[in-house]
Design a protein around this ligand. Structure first.
Ligand code: ATP
Ligand code: SKM
Ligand code: MG
Length: 176
């Protein structure tokens, strides 16, 4: 690993990677990158349009390429990955070789409440769903993905995370 501190947040869609990632970056005075936003910017297209026009396979290919590009930045940063990113193309191994990964392990009921209140049309995994359907989808995604998320070096469980606590865990990891 380089002398820079690279932090990558992983977790289910709606677990708060973008929201908490931005807060963490601000506390550390690091730049914040959002992998989904980087892919949208490069393609000049929203994620749901990329899924519908190019297909999920192409999206996953671009996601892995963008991840490798972001991880190679010669500086410290906080990166919010996409919800599915760790589970394709050995991405979690790549993340762990270059950065400290953090899994945001949030109760499914809380994620479901958030997604119902959020702009769900921007999340192709949940389009047209509500209430019970969202919970069911989250349960299925977690069953498929938990083994990858659990490869993260730090796991934060709960629904509201403290940047101070994570910073002390990051320092602990760096001393290992
Ligand atoms: N701690 C929190 N308490 C309440 N609501 C939150 C919290 N963190 C995030 N949210 C809200 O939950 C929604 C999802 O958060 P966010 O977009 O940060 O998740 P994400 O993990 O980046 O999702 P995605 O994988 O889809 O990009 C947003 O509407 C956000 O405002
Ligand atoms: O959970 C997923 O597979 C996804 C989550 C989002 O962050 C985006 O990367 C995209 O909508 C796919
Ligand atoms: Mg996000």
């Amino acid at each position: 690993m380089s002398e820079h501190l690279k932090v990558v947040l992983v977790g289910l869609p709606g677990s708060g990677k973008s929201t908490f990632g931005r807060q963490l970056a601000q506390s550390l005075n690091f730049p914040f990158y959002d992998l989904d936003a980087m892919i949208e910017q490069k393609n000049q297209m929203k994620i749901p349009d990329i899924f519908s026009r190019m297909g999920e396979g192409k999206f996953r290919e671009m996601e892995s390429e963008m991840l490798a590009q972001a991880l190679s930045y010669d500086r410290s940063f906080v990166l919010a990955s996409g919800g599915g990113c760790p589970c394709f193309n050995d991405n979690m191994d790549l993340i762990n070789s270059q950065a400290i990964s953090v899994y945001l392990d949030v109760p499914l009921n809380d994620i479901s409440d958030r997604l119902e209140g959020a702009r769900i049309q921007n999340r192709p995994m949940f389009q047209g769903m509500e209430g019970g359907e969202i919970i069911l989808k989250l349960k299925n995604l977690l069953a498929e993905r938990e083994e990858y998320y659990n490869m993260a070096k730090i796991k934060l469980s709960g629904s509201d995370f403290s940047t101070e606590l994570l910073i002390s865990e990051l320092i602990h990891q760096l001393r290992k």
